[in-house]
Design a protein around this ligand. Structure first.
Ligand code: SF4
Length: 398
């Protein structure tokens, strides 16, 4: 399959920030262990759905993931989570016709010659009036929802082309995201085909903006979060620094003196709320800048004002535990003084037990109530009554 420059999976970024495509091209991304794990989970799911086998039966087998990702040995944890997705897809497939890992054209949406994406699963209803498009997300860090999900809407529009060549004319689609390590139930969203097609016209407009010679950069939470160009992006730097300083500092001059007054700014609660909303983005930017400086210095390139030095030494460890134990015994330490003994935690224990014993052991555990968290107003959880609030808080972003 031809690699699409404007991919469905990055549509949330290039549709909001057209300049990100060219900027990210300057920051090649290596394969991460998380990405390899996700690829392996997809390969396992496809194998099970196409061959009618259970993920558990493939524990211990090695999957070939291609040149970039090498091989991956299936473990019980992956099999357990993939089984939830496979079971759900099989249930949906009872509604009609199932297509697995189906290439779908997106050239008509992005204008890129022969561009395609891969839909994890498409189920077309028996009468062809409805189709479902589902995506397996194996990550557990950020929950992904189906509603208005640009990636799935693009895949759905690609799927529509295929379904029409099969002679059906659907009027509705359901987008579904299965994220088994985050939620037991899939996130689903129904949309009329005419609304999907209206979205498709917006995609085409956004794709044209990417090719403008001065394609604009537009920073924001959604598009910047996983953008590879964070460390070199002037738009993100401006947004972060403007939020901190209250006005845009001169980026060509040393920033420290210009930001010195920022900590003395007296903010009202509305301004504090606005700052809070920008914190995740600013923290992501800070991490990206730190990582970039380190990468440059390790590569032997100068970053004015910064250098590499030896870090603090690690904790001491025994070179040879048997030898150390013998020496300590000879030095007069009793066994109870030389060794610590600790019961494994409930989580460690539950992982080692079969289902039948889990309930019995679970009953022996206690769990402290969670501390109140500060979250955005659109969080799904109900707010705590103000009067009942203790004074200590943990603070979470959205
Ligand atoms: S960091 Fe944000 S603003 Fe900059 S290119 Fe990436 S998405 Fe666009």
């Amino acid at each position: 399959m031809k690699h699409a420059r404007l991919s469905g999976s990055n549509a949330h970024r290039w549709m909001r920030c057209p300049g990100s495509v060219n900027l990210e091209a300057k920051c090649p991304k290596g394969s991460s262990e998380f990405a390899r794990e996700g690829t392996a989970a997809h390969a396992l799911a496809a194998e099970c759905l196409t061959k009618g086998v259970e993920p558990a039966s493939l524990v211990g087998t090695t999957l070939e993931l291609g040149e970039r990702d090498g091989t991956y040995k299936v473990d019980a944890d992956m099999a357990e989570h993939v089984a939830k997705y496979v079971g759900q897809v099989r249930e949906w497939a009872e509604e009609g016709h199932l297509l697995v890992e189906q290439s779908v054209p997106i050239e008509h949406l992005t204008g890129e010659d022969d561009a395609e994406s891969t839909a994890d699963c498409i189920v077309i209803s028996a009468d062809g009036r409805h189709f479902r498009i589902a995506d397996l997300k194996f990550g557990k860090g950020v929950e992904v929802l189906a509603e208005s999900n640009e990636q799935l809407m693009i895949y759905a529009l690609g799927a529509l082309e295929i379904i029409r060549t099969m002679g059906w004319e659907p009027t509705e689609a359901t987008l579904a995201i299965c994220q088994p390590r985050v939620s037991a139930e899939p996130s689903e969203w129904r949309i009329a085909v005419k609304d999907l097609e209206a979205f498709g016209r917006r995609v085409l407009e956004a794709a044209k903006a990417v090719d403008l010679p001065d394609a604009p950069l537009a920073a924001g939470d959604k598009q910047c979060k996983f953008c590879n160009a964070k460390s070199i992006c002037p738009a993100l730097a401006r947004k972060a620094l403007e939020t901190i300083a209250g006005e845009l500092p001169d980026l060509t001059e040393p920033l420290e003196p210009q930001l010195a007054g920022a900590k003395d700014r007296e903010l009202d609660n509305e301004e504090i709320g606005n700052c809070m909303a920008a914190i995740d983005l600013i923290e992501d930017w800070c991490r990206a800048i730190r990582a970039k400086v380190e990468t440059e210095l390790f590569a032997g390139r100068q970053v004015p004002g910064w250098k590499l030095v030896a870090g603090r030494r690690g904790n001491r460890k025994w070179r040879d535990e048997t030898e150390a134990d013998k020496a300590l015994e000879e030095a007069g330490l009793k066994e109870s003084d030389r060794f610590t003994r600790e019961l494994i935690s409930p989580s460690q224990a539950l992982k080692k037990l079969d289902r039948a014993r889990k309930a019995e052991i679970e009953a022996l555990t206690i769990q402290a109530e969670g501390k109140p968290n500060v979250v955005p107003l659109n969080d799904k959880r109900p707010p705590l009554p103000l009067a009942a609030l203790p004074t200590e808080f943990a603070v979470l972003g959205d």
